[in-house]
Design a protein around this ligand. Structure first.
Ligand SMILES: Cc1ncc(COP(=O)(O)O)c(C=O)c1O
Length: 333
């Protein structure tokens, strides 16, 4: 399959192999350092000010710490024409505000202000290729009632992703995703990630790279920190909204399928339907588009480079970098 794009000309750093130890939110090339996220010079936005990360303090009596009652986002910025640009920053900050609202956490910032503050944090750290982690934390309160006050922190670290050249071996988790009747699963809430840690660690303890997590009815939902697609006979399939975090990357992949005339369907499916399919991938802001090699030790059939999923992977990288992308007509015929 011929894929023509400027991505091939990009610097070596985008093509480094990912470490096996890397998780979705870990800087791939820095995971040997004890403190991989900040040093004595790192600046964050916290509670109305720009402060040194090493000097910022939070409260040990916070509802967020005790109950996982906080909301957050994960955003990527990329180098674009000599400057720094967040990919879909507006969508991420709209989702942060939505998450705070459904969790009844008081939060007054507008999306525009959040974008402005983030660019300032990136500038003060001199970061371009970065991962941005805004988090809304609640004030001290041991009661099981809604948040009284919130604090915003915007943290960022440099990021050079190697996932794009990696292939993940995944297993069906014995853990299920949080039930949509019990949680706001479309919100990005800190407490939900305890479930992600259990699923991801179980996979690693069993010699896999990541987990495939089912919803409470036994249908495929997503992974610990990314959405999932599989490909069969020229069609891409992904789980519908309802029991997943509906990712901004997932929406971008669907948009790209439409632009490239690749058939895509949202439907409920079981791991049995996905096993032994032509190809599969995870997608998320941190993961970008990462190929899967096998599910429960059953390999995907197609050579990755011959799959439509590979076309999407390349198109996604071009999209975030605002590079041109085109494929030969015959590739999707
Ligand atoms: C559980 C889960 N699902 C899906 C995603 C993908 O979401 P997005 O593409 O908006 O990053 C994430 C990303 O953080 C996630 O944690």
């Amino acid at each position: 399959m011929e894929v023509v794009h400027d991505y091939k000309k990009l610097k070596q750093k985008y093509q480094q192999p990912a470490s096996k130890k890397a998780g979705f939110f870990i800087p791939v090339n820095q995971n040997k350092n004890k403190n991989m996220y900040y040093n004595e010079n790192t600046v964050i936005y916290f509670n109305g000010q720009f402060v040194k990360a090493a000097e910022a303090k939070t409260d040990l009596y916070s509802q967020s710490l005790h109950y996982g009652y906080a909301v957050f986002e994960g955003i990527r910025s990329y180098p674009i024409n000599g400057s720094t640009k967040m990919f879909k920053g507006k969508e991420h900050y709209d989702r942060l505000r939505h998450s705070a609202k459904v969790m009844r956490i008081p939060f007054e910032y507008t999306t525009e202000k959040l974008m402005e503050l983030t660019y300032e944090v990136l500038k003060r750290n001199n970061f371009t290729d970065a991962y941005i982690r805004p988090i809304v934390l609640c004030s001290p309160n041991m009661a099981l009632s809604k948040g009284k006050e919130s604090y915003l922190a915007i943290e960022t670290w440099e990021w050079t992703n190697g996932y794009m050249s990696n292939k993940m071996k995944i297993m069906t988790s014995s853990y299920r995703r949080p039930n949509a009747d019990a949680f706001h699963v479309d919100a990005k809430v800190s407490g939900h990630y305890v479930n992600s840690i259990l699923a991801c660690q179980e996979a690693k303890d069993n010699g896999f790279d990541e987990a495939l997590v089912l919803d409470s009815n036994g249908f495929v939902a997503e992974s610990s920190g990314a959405n999932i697609f599989y490909e069969n006979d020229g069609v891409l399939y992904t789980a519908p909204k309802g029991n997943i975090l509906p990712g901004i990357t997932r929406a971008t992949v669907i948009e790209l399928c439409k632009e490239l005339n690749i058939p895509v369907e949202e439907k409920l499916f079981t791991p049995a339907e996905m096993k032994g399919a032509d190809a599969g991938f995870f997608c998320g802001t941190a993961a970008e588009v990462v190929a899967l090699s096998s599910l429960d030790n059953v390999e995907f059939k197609k050579n990755w480079e011959d799959s439509l999923s590979y076309v999407i992977q390349q198109a996604y990288k071009c999209k975030v970098l605002e590079q041109q992308f085109r494929i030969e007509e015959k590739a999707v015929a």
